[in-house]
Design a protein. Structure first.
Length: 126
């Protein structure tokens, strides 16, 4: 099973990530509408997609940083040159890599769902 699939897991993990992205989209959309109301003095949805896209891009950047930065590792009495790589990979880097893939999928879903909702609203309004 590829690592990206292990990060999300089964359908239950995908649904959990999808629900997290929908909640994040809703919160960011409410904040964008409030910001538009405060700055323009009227109800506007002009900032909703840009805010959601920016939040999705920031989450993807966090996931990439977590994915490529090395995990910290400490030497102890039981660590020698034969067990260092195995302990480093399985105890430190592997859980961090799973979390990084979860952030990447969350950011991608935020951008995709926000884009699909914007397209559907554009079709409905036109």
């Amino acid at each position: 099973m590829p690592l990206g699939q292990q990060a999300i897991g089964t359908m239950k993990g995908f649904v959990k990530t999808l629900v997290d992205s929908l909640v994040l989209i809703f919160v960011v959309s409410v904040l964008a509408v409030v910001y538009g109301f405060v700055t323009n003095g009227a109800l506007t949805f002009a900032y909703v997609f840009n805010a959601n896209f920016l939040v999705g891009a920031v989450i993807i950047c966090i996931g990439l940083v977590m994915l490529f930065l090395p995990a910290s590792s400490r030497f102890d009495k039981l660590t020698d040159h034969t067990t260092f790589v195995e302990r480093y990979y399985w105890e430190r880097y592997r859980p961090r890599q799973k979390k990084a893939y979860r952030f990447l999928f969350l950011g991608i879903l935020v951008i995709l769902v926000a884009g699909i909702v914007q397209l559907l609203l554009a079709l409905a309004i036109s």
